[in-house]
Write a protein that binds this ligand. Structure first.
Ligand SMILES: Nc1ncnc2c1ncn2[C@@H]1O[C@H](COP(=O)(O)OP(=O)(O)O)[C@@H](O)[C@H]1O
Ligand SMILES: Cc1ncsc1CCOP(=O)(O)O
Ligand SMILES: [Mg+2]
Length: 258
C-alpha cells in the first residue's frame, strides 16, 4: 500500500500488543494514517479480525494462559485472508521461543519483523543479544535470507542495516540512525507499520516501504533533536508529516539496494 493510500483508506490494524509499548505503537499507526486497535479478549477476535486489514502479534509479554487464544487469533486471520505479522521479542531466550514455535506450528505467519538477533534465531545462526536488543555483528543479509528460506515468511530484519527478504529477493536499507535504537518500542511500532503497509496485500515492496518510512522519519528527527526523550516525540511528528514524494525520493535515492 502506498503512503497516500494509507491516508485515504485508513487500514484497521489489530495489534495483539505487549503491555509495554501499546500507546506508542497505536500512535505510530495513527499518525501515519492507519487506524490502530488493541485487544486481548478471545470473544472479540472474530469481529475484530473481520473488520481489520492486518493482524500484528507481539510475543513480548506472552503468557502461557493466553497462548491458545493467540494461536486462535492467527488462525482466524489466516482463514479471513488477513496478513499476520509476528514480532518475536527476544525469541532467542529459550522461554520466549515457546509461543513462537507454537504459533509457527499451528498458524501461518506471513511476515516476521525482528532485530538481527531475533531473526538469527529463525535462521539457526548464533548472534549475540542482550534481552530485547541485538548486540552482535554478522552477515545480516545472509541471516535474513536463511530465515526466509526456513520459515517461508517475508523477513523484515531491522537494525543499523534493515534487510527485507522473501528468500528470493533481498533488499537492504543502509542508513545509520543510532537514536532509532534508543527508544523501547520503535521495533514494536515498526512491526505495526509493516502490518499497516501490507493491509492491501502481502509483498516485499510493501514491507520495504514500511521500513523505509520508519528509517526516513528517524533520519529527519535525528537532524533536529539529539536525545531520546525529544527524539521519540520528534519521530512521531516526522511520521505524521512524511509525504509520499519524500518517501519515494528516499527509496529511489540510493538508500535502498538489492
Ligand atoms: N543503529 C541503527 N541505525 C539505524 N537504525 C536503527 C539502528 N538500530 C535500530 N534501528 C532502527 O530502529 C527501529 C527498531 O529496530 P530494532 O532496534 O532493530 O528493533 P527492536 O526494538 O525490536 O530491537 C528500526 O526502524 C531500525 O531500522
Ligand atoms: C521491554 C519489553 N519487554 C517485553 S516487550 C518489550 C518492548 C520491546 O520493544 P522493542 O522491541 O520495540 O524495543
Ligand atoms: Mg523488538
Amino acid at each position: 500500500m502506498k503512503l497516500s493510500e494509507i491516508k485515504d483508506k485508513k487500514p484497521l490494524v489489530f495489534n495483539y500488543a505487549n503491555y509495554v509499548t501499546p500507546q506508542f505503537v497505536a500512535n505510530v499507526v495513527n499518525v501515519i494514517g492507519g487506524s490502530p486497535i488493541m485487544a486481548r479478549e478471545l470473544e472479540e477476535f472474530p469481529d475484530l479480525v473481520a473488520a481489520s486489514d492486518a493482524v500484528v502479534i507481539n510475543s513480548g509479554t506472552w503468557r502461557r494462559s493466553e497462548l491458545l487464544e493467540t494461536i486462535k487469533l492467527a488462525q482466524l486471520a489466516n482463514q479471513a485472508g488477513k496478513v499476520v505479522v509476528l514480532d518475536p521479542v527476544a525469541v532467542g531466550i529459550p522461554s520466549r521461543s515457546l509461543p513462537v514455535v507454537a504459533l509457527m506450528a499451528d498458524a501461518q505467519i506471513d511476515i516476521i519483523r525482528g532485530n538481527a538477533a531475533e531473526i538469527a534465531w529463525f535462521a539457526g545462526v548464533d548472534f549475540s543479544s542482550q534481552g530485547i536488543d541485538a548486540t552482535g555483528n554478522g552477515d545480516v543479509r545472509k541471516i535474513a535470507l536463511l530465515a526466509a528460506e526456513k520459515t517461508g515468511a517475508i523477513i523484515a530484519l531491522s537494525g543499523k542495516q534493515d534487510v527485507i527478504s522473501d528468500g528470493h529477493t533481498t533488499l537492504t536499507i543502509d542508513v545509520d540512525v543510532p537514536l532509532l535504537a534508543t527508544n523501547v518500542g520503535t521495533g514494536d511500532a515498526l512491526s505495526a507499520l509493516i502490518g499497516t503497509y501490507n493491509g492491501d496485500g502481502i509483498s516485499i515492496e510493501n514491507t520495504m516501504r514500511a521500513m523505509a518510512t520508519m528509517k526516513l522519519a528517524g533520519v529527519k528527527a535525528s537532524k533536529k533533536v539529539k536525545t531520546p526523550g525529544y527524539f521519540v516525540n520528534q519521530l512521531l511528528d516526522e511520521l505524521y508529516l512524511l509525504s509520499e514524494n519524500e518517501l519515494d525520493a528516499f527509496i529511489n535515492g540510493g538508500g535502498i539496494h538489492d
